[in-house]
Design a protein around this ligand. Structure first.
Ligand code: PLP
Length: 407
């Protein structure tokens, strides 16, 4: 039932780790009239988009754009490259790695799910040495792919994808490398070609700052070659027909035209800013938010500072505190949405997203909402996180100001 007494004023604070707040510039672009998806204007848009999106994945290879959420692009990656009964090595980093593993089981391949014991794996990134050791044992090459999540949205932990590539090479194993960067792309550094990734999966509703509804498979020549032999059933997801239609900027079915207008605008925004500046901006926001969590005296879910996510921070609440009750109060009192603890972390943590259309002051408001909510719930805090974040942001001006000062 809708709560009809709840009439918030001002803008809602959407600080979940995606869908992220959509910039007005993108919303305006999406409001243009829908055009004929088989007409010349659309073909020109398609060709422009398909070329610009390669720059964000850092690839010279084709990027497939699906009118689907990220889960669809996960399925597309598996269905295009694998055959029934194929072995797949997957690494447990959190809830999304777990869901991808579940999908692989449902599709009829044989995924092996390895990881650190207990809850430890949900607080660290992928352990490339464990992947290398398992691949070395697989002398008959039954494992056809290694699947890892680059930015685990359920925990706020990233993984070193270049290290996974090195592990596969060190084992001399031909498995494909498939990487989910649904919540990492366009916020955290990502290099499809340099890191030797065969299929990268991503989505629209995180770093690309779009609403949900578009997802991606970036390919490699090897992945395309393997897909010609792979025989899991596929039709809508099949790369071959999409690649053929894409050569002229079209799709074999009706694409989501207005979301593609938005994507075109998002790509312009990101490329105008420069990807390195985009990554630095997210790192700085993440550091400000972590300064607040440290000052509160609360634990960050990620235990390895080398792999803190620039996209979100997982805040672990003291034993006995129901994180969902804290989130609920914060939502009701301050119209602020925070990410919930998922899977093994349910009720134990909340997640603060620092991505999309936000800035220092939206993050300060977010942290103020968290601090007030925690205090209202009786969580004892060591010091003011809001003050710590203010101090951090004041002492670390954004890079564009530093550049102006240097000019
Ligand atoms: N993988 C990761 C890392 C995610 O964060 C998500 C969604 O948040 C998914 C997969 C699933 O994508 P979707 O919900 O768009 O289907």
């Amino acid at each position: 039932m809708l709560n009809l007494d709840f009439h918030p004023t001002g803008r809602h604070f959407l600080q979940i780790p995606g869908p992220s707040p959509v910039p007005d510039r993108i919303l305006r672009a999406m409001s243009l009239p829908t055009i004929d998806h088989r007409g010349p204007e659309f073909g020109a848009l398609g060709r422009e988009l398909l070329s610009k999106i390669q720059r964000v994945f850092k690839t010279a290879a084709p990027v497939i754009i699906y009118p689907a959420s990220g889960t669809g692009a996960w399925e597309a990656a598996l269905a295009n490259t694998l055959s029934p009964g194929d072995g797949v090595l997957m690494f447990e980093t959190g809830h999304f790695a777990t869901l991808w593993h579940k999908m692989a089981l449902r599709l009829g391949v044989k995924p092996e799910f390895i990881g650190l014991p207990g809850d430890e794996g949900w607080r660290q990134g992928v352990q490339a040495d464990m992947i290398e050791a398992r691949l070395k044992e697989d002398t008959e090459h039954r494992l056809k792919a290694v699947c890892v999540v680059h930015n685990e949205t359920s925990t706020g932990v990233t993984s070193d994808i270049a290290a996974v590539r090195r592990a596969i090479d060190a084992a001399g194993h031909p498995a494909l490398l498939m990487v989910d960067t649904i919540s990492g792309l366009a916020s955290a550094d990502y290099r499809h070609d340099d890191w030797g990734v065969d299929v990268t999966i991503s989505g629209s509703q995180k770093g690309l700052m779009l609403p949900p509804g578009i997802s991606f498979n970036a390919l490699s020549d090897k992945a395309i070659a393997v897909s010609r032999e792979a025989c899991l059933p596929k039709s809508f997801w099949a790369w071959d027909e999409i690649l053929a239609a894409n050569t002229n900027g079209y799709w074999p079915y009706t694409p989501n035209t207005n979301l593609l207008y938005g994507l075109n605008e998002a790509l312009d925004m990101l490329l105008e800013e420069g990807l390195d500046n985009v990554f630095a901006r997210h790192q700085r926001w993440a550091a400000g938010v972590r300064a607040a969590v440290d000052a509160w005296g609360l634990e960050i879910q990620c235990q390895d500072p080398a792999v803190y996510s620039p996209v979100l921070t997982g805040v672990v609440l003291p034993d006995g505190v129901d994180a969902d009750a804290v989130r609920e109060l914060i939502y009701q009192r301050f119209d602020l949405s925070l990410g919930m603890g998922l899977g093994k972390a349910k009720g134990r943590m909340f997640r603060i997203g620092h991505l999309g259309d936000c800035n220092d002051l939206t993050l300060m408001a977010t942290l103020a909402g968290c601090e007030m909510g925690l205090e209202l719930c009786g969580v004892s805090l060591k010091a003011s996180g809001v003050k710590a974040a203010m101090d951090y942001f004041a002492a670390h001006p954004p890079a564009h100001l530093t550049r102006l000062a240097d000019a």
